[in-house]
Design a protein around this ligand. Sequence first.
Ligand code: ZN
Length: 315
Amino acid sequence: MTAPGARGREAVMAYSGGTIDRASNQRTDPAFLGATLAAPGARLIPMWQDRCVVSGEPAVPAILAAAGAGAGAILEAAAETVFLGLDDDGGVFAADLSPLEESRAVELAGGDRALDVRGFVGTLRPPEAALLGYARGMLYWNRHQRYCGTCGSRTSSGHGGHLRSCQNPQCARLHFPKVEPAVIMLVESSRPPRRCLLARHRGSAPDGFSTLAGFVDVSESLEDAVRREVAEETGVVVETVTYLASQGWPFPSGLMVGFRATAVTEEITVDAEEVIEARWFTRGQLRELAASRGRLGREDSIGRYLLHSWLAETR
Ligand SMILES: [Zn+2]
C-alpha cells in the first residue's frame, strides 16, 4: 500500500520515505564500493530503459544476489552500475541493461517482462517503491549525462554513479544528479463556503479535474511559482502560500513540492493553452466527483494527498 504514511507529523508519499542508508560519505571511496559489491549480502536491481525487470502477477521485481549465478553477466552487460546504498543485509546496486534488446535484458535478469514501477506501485511496500524509484532516477540521469553539457566530451562515472566527470582535461567539469522542482497546490477560497480550485487540462476526461501544478522557473521561489502558476492558468490571485509536503518524483527527475494557497480573488479566466476549464468545488461537490470517478487523483500522487487532506478537514 502506498498511501501516505507518517513520520511523526510528516506525510510520506509514494516513492519517498525510503529506508536505505544512501551512505553518501562512503560512496566517494572506490575501495568501499568494490568491497561492498563483492560482499555476500550485496544485491543488484537490473533495469531496462527506466523499467524494472519483473516476473509473475502481481509483478515481483527482480532483485538478485550480486554474487549469485547470472549477476556477473548483468554487471558485464550493464551500461552503468550505480550504488544506491546500504540496508541491513549489505549494499544495493542498480544495473542499467538499456543497451540490450528488451527480451535479452529480461532473460538475463531472470524475469518475464519489463514494467515501469508506476505500473505496480500499488502492490509494493513503501520502502520498495522508494528504492525502485531511486534506482530509476539514478540510471536515467547517468544515461542522459554521458556527454558534458559544457564542451560535449564524454563523461565518466564516479562516486558509485552519483557523479559524472568530463573527460576533457581542459574542461574537467563535474556533473551531479539534477532534480527538477515543481509546485503542486490546493488553492482554497478565503470566503465561506470553503471551496477548492481544480482544473481540467488539455486531453483530460470531461470530469478529469485535478490540482494545479507547474515547474519552478529559474531564480524563482517556490511560493512565487505557486502564485504565478495559479494566476497564469486560472487568473485567480493567491496570497498566503503554505508548505504541506513533498514527494520525490523520479519520472524522470522531479521533486513535487505541495502547498496550500489561499485565494483573494475568485473569478476564473483559463489560459486555454494548458488548462481548458477550472472550477471551484465545495467539499460536497468534491466528494461527488470522487464518487463518480471512483477515485480522486492517481494512487501514487501527491495531488491525491492534497485533495484528501483538504476533504478531511471540517472547517
Ligand atoms: Zn566538458
